[in-house]
Design a protein around this ligand. Structure first.
Ligand code: ATP
Length: 878
């Protein structure tokens, strides 16, 4: 059957007016078994991937063309024109060569950034659960095809446009498509009105919307650009990605700096003319200086560094969904971490039970005993785990653990259910913290309930049972103190199946059966990560729905608790005002028995105290807290699409230690950006001082325009970029977080740029004055060389903010070492290669002159090292 002809006809009725059978017939879909793998592959080849096509990625040529749109490049091209008109053909050619080289460097940077971002997008791609060949498969959403049967669960994004065929309780958030912020309740029946607005087509789930409640199943009726989202995608693509806060600040700063520099250049030009220098030379000098000094590449380099950083983080299982997050990750001062799965392995195992009046190890549970058998049957039947294809348990890890122990004791759920099928249930919810299932029991019925002890034990027995309840809860608490998650299990016999679904009427008068204790080992690497956080001035707080005693035991095992640290429970939290909560945050390190909704209040309370908050989450209810946190962190393995979309960071391995690694990486990237900026601006300042101050000392113009451009091209481009590869400083996780709103020029950076530039300019002028006094003809080549070498000293010194280069060693950043060696080699070529001599107006230096250049460029390097030495001694602050 060809599904294409039917649906591509314009007069075909819209999908929402058709019944499920008609939809299936038109799409050649099989509602029970799904498509076959071959058919799906055929359709994928025919229709193309289910993707919203982005604005076509820029081709290399377009990227290259973009390089020539830059203001300074245009100035350079104009300068080349002026040089050509004035008959300076070789100058013109060199300037043009520099323009081309600049463009190539820019192109390489752009290309690397773009590749890194594409790769991140690929990693963050959505998944879809589809039925094929009668089995469920999780596939990349891009591979979903028309006619697929797709499943939706609360928290999942619709992978394509679906005509729903089942939708119990399903609610979809469709704000991205309709602007309507309240989720829409869906239902599967056909609708009569063909002209309904999107928001009213309640039997459809559209790509780009997410399920917030319930679950559903639907036939894929449109994919990729044919979806409703695809139709409006052209509108969304018109909005360019917003620059990061740092990029915004830098381009603002760059604009002001450019104005100031243009004024300086005008001054240089005027001073030169006054002193009678040739106007053309002065014009070229001023233009070259402007080109050399304006740090036009700053925002672009920041993008490259962030994008490369994001790639490095992804290799460590932390996927940044937004570039600004990388910039600010290093500022995190508070982490709210879920216990189960993030701090623990989420590998639950039953280790103990309290049944028939005794605490028994799991191995000692004997189903031969009538009381114990009933307890185990309750674990098996009041359970949502199921056997997978290979006979393993599938479902929530805790349910699977209970399912498994029952099977091990010869009471497999699948077998028990033959005699005692489930006929009614009250599903688990995190308010009641329990679930109940009803089963046939001969010609009567039995209900099993399991849940948190303190909510379930009070429902057991009658009034006479009160003293016994207190004793039981003490036992549960004892078990919890060993770090076990404890569940209470109870039963109630019913003569007839009750008609009501009201938990209050059904979960009462229960007979207590026992407690089961489950162990979920802490993640081995979490302990070290928590210690790292403490050293790095980051407060970590455990957030859990589990019992406070269990939470405390696990936090203690992870070394997260100090004397005086407090535990707060959800019910306590509810009674506090915002101000009281903020005050209590000081000492609270565990939040137990909290609902996901309460996470939002926790985030707001710590933010009110000035903290920069990272908060983890995985469910739909976590989304508000994830959005509100400064860095929302979603689980990549166990989390929902909704949580992921609300987050800035996704942990591909759900692991707490990965957050900490990402923070360290964020700090490194920010450091390197700052080092890069400081380096470039110090160098530029050195060049400006040299040219600007020379006339005041009665010296001729120190550098020719070509030489200025060369210094700028060679020293800024290569070594500067290699700073991106600089490894983290030794103390990166032993210093407190940087305030997120701190200026990039804080901590001495501005000073370093000022005095470093003056020092470099001074050494260049001393070289010039000295050489002139001694009658050295090559003085200009010497000034040129001293400036280049000083900048190499600068880049080597700036690698660390505190450690000396001698401690770091030359080889700990090979790309940078390579760039420095290459730059020195190019400089030597400019001095000694006859062709380059002609182009750059240089002349070969004697060995003594070269040695003098090396000697004259070391003082600036030594001064940078002395500054770090003073910082290490605490004489100046960093
Ligand atoms: P954490 O926050 O550490 O991840 P959690 O997510 O399991 O814990 P909830 O899911 O809110 O927290 O569960 C809270 C409590 O409800 C659990 O400690 C347990 O006592 C009870 N509970 C959880 N799941 C079930 C279930 N399937 N059946 C019965 N009781 C449950």
């Amino acid at each position: 059957m060809d599904d294409r002809t039917a649906s591509s006809k314009d007069d075909a009725p819209p999908w929402h007016t058709l019944g499920a059978a008609d939809v299936a017939a038109r799409l050649g879909a099989d509602l029970d078994n799904g498509l076959t793998a071959e058919e799906a592959a055929r359709r994928l080849a025919r229709d193309g991937p289910n993707e919203i096509r982005e604005k076509a990625a820029r081709g290399l040529l377009a990227m290259l063309a973009d390089q020539f749109k830059d203001f300074t490049i245009l100035v350079l091209i104009a300068a080349a024109g002026v040089a050509g008109l004035a008959g300076e053909v070789s100058d013109m050619l060199v300037i043009l060569a520099i323009v081309v080289l600049n463009a190539i460097i820019g192109l390489v940077q752009d290309y690397r950034a773009e590749r890194a971002i594409v790769e991140l997008k690929r990693l963050a791609a959505l998944k879809a659960v589809v039925l094929r060949d009668g089995r469920l498969h999780t596939i990349p959403a891009a591979e979903a095809v028309r006619g697929d049967i797709a499943l939706l669960e609360a928290g999942a994004a619709a992978p394509a446009d679906l005509r729903l065929i089942e939708a119990p309780g399903l609610k979809m958030a469709e704000a991205a498509l309709t602007g309507e912020s309240t989720p829409v309740l869906k239902q599967p029946r056909a609708l009569a009105d063909a002209a309904l607005a999107l928001g009213d087509r309640v039997n459809m789930a559209f790509k780009g919307s997410t399920a917030t409640y319930g679950h559903g199943r639907g036939v894929v009726v449109a994919t990729g650009m044919a979806t409703e989202l695809g139709r409006i995608a052209a509108l969304m693509q018109a909005i360019p990605p917003a620059p990061t806060p740092l990029q915004r600040r830098l381009s603002h700063f760059g604009r002001r700096l450019a104005l100031a520099l243009l004024a300086i250049c005008a001054l240089v030009f005027a001073l030169g003319l006054l002193r009678g220098a040739p106007p053309l030379l002065m014009l070229m000098t001023a233009v070259s200086l402007a080109v050399a000094a304006i740090p036009e590449a700053l925002p672009a380099v920041v993008t490259v560094m962030l994008a490369l950083g994001a790639q490095a983080m992804a290799r460590r299982n932390a996927l940044a969904r937004r570039l600004p997050a990388i910039e600010t990750l290093g500022s995190v001062s508070f982490i709210g971490a879920d216990k189960t799965g993030t701090l623990t392995l989420n590998q639950m195992r039953v280790v103990e039970a309290f049944v028939a009046g005794r605490r028994l190890a799991a191995a000692a549970l004997d189903a031969g005993d009538e009381t114990i058998r009933r307890f185990i049957d309750a674990l098996a039947l009041c359970n949502d785990a199921a056997a997978g294809e290979a006979g393993e348990g599938v479902g929530d890890p805790m349910e699977v653990a209970l399912w498994r122990i029952a099977a091990e004791k010869g009471r497999a759920k699948e077998r028990l259910e033959k005699d005692a099928p489930r006929i009614k249930e009250l599903p688990f919810d995190s308010d009641r913290k329990r679930m109940t299932t009803f089963h046939r029991d001969g010609d009567r019925f039995v209900a099993f309930t399991k849940g948190a002890p303190e909510t379930l034990v009070p429902l057991c027995g009658d009034d006479d049972f009160a003293p016994e309840r207190a004793r039981l809860l003490a036992i549960a608490e004892d078990m919890a103190a060993d770090g076990l998650r404890v569940l209470a299990v109870a039963a109630r016999a019913w003569d007839a199946l009750p008609a009501t679904a009201d938990p209050a009427a059904l979960e009462c008068g229960l007979t207590f059966l026992g407690f089961v204790g489950l162990q979920d080992p802490p993640r081995p690497e979490a302990k070290a990560a928590a210690a790292q956080c403490r050293a790095a001035g980051i407060t970590t707080v455990m957030i859990t729905g589990d019992h406070p005693v269990t939470a405390r035991a696990i936090a203690a095992a992870l070394g997260m608790l100090a004397p005086g640290d407090e535990v707060m429970t959800g019910p306590e939290l509810r009674l506090l005002s915002d101000a009281e909560l903020a005050a209590r945050m000081e000492r609270t390190r565990i939040f137990a028995r909290v609902d996901p909704e309460q996470k939002l209040r926790i985030v707001e309370a710590v933010q009110a105290r000035g903290a920069f908050v990272a908060m983890t989450g995985d469910g739909v209810n976590d989304a508000p807290a994830l959005l509100r946190a400064d860095i929302g962190v979603a689980m990549g393995k166990s989390g929902t699409d909704v949580a992921r979309e609300a987050s800035a960071l996704v942990l591909l391995d759900d692991n707490f230690a990965t957050i900490v690694a990402a923070i360290a990486e964020g700090r490194r990237i920010y450091d390197n950006i700052r080092k890069f900026i400081s380096y470039i601006l110090t160098c530029n300042a050195g060049e400006i001082w040299t040219i600007l101050l020379a006339p005041f000392f009665g010296l001729p113009i120190p550098l020719l325009p070509i030489q200025i451009l060369w210094i700028n091209l060679v020293t800024d481009g290569l070594p500067g970029m290699a700073l991106a590869a600089e490894p983290a400083e030794r103390d990166i996780m032993r210093r407190p977080p940087r305030p997120a709103d701190e200026s990039i020029f804080a901590r001495g950076t501005a000073w370093r740029i000022l005095w470093g530039g003056v020092a470099m300019g001074a050494m260049a002028l001393i070289t010039q004055a000295g050489a002139l006094r001694l009658g050295v003809d090559h003085w200009q080549t010497m000034v040129f060389t001293v400036l280049t070498l000083s900048q190499m000293g600068n880049v080597l010194a700036i690698r660390s903010e505190r450690d000396s280069l001698f401690r770091q060693g030359l080889f700990s950043n090979p790309p940078l070492l390579g760039a420095v060696v290459l730059t020195i080699f190019l400089q030597l070529a400019a001095i000694y290669a006859p062709t380059l001599n002609a182009l750059f107006h240089t002349s070969p230096l004697t060995a003594r002159e070269l040695a003098a250049c090396v000697a004259l460029s070391t003082p600036t390097f030594m001064m940078f090292e002395i500054e770090k030495w003073l910082a290490r001694r605490g004489v100046i602050s960093r």
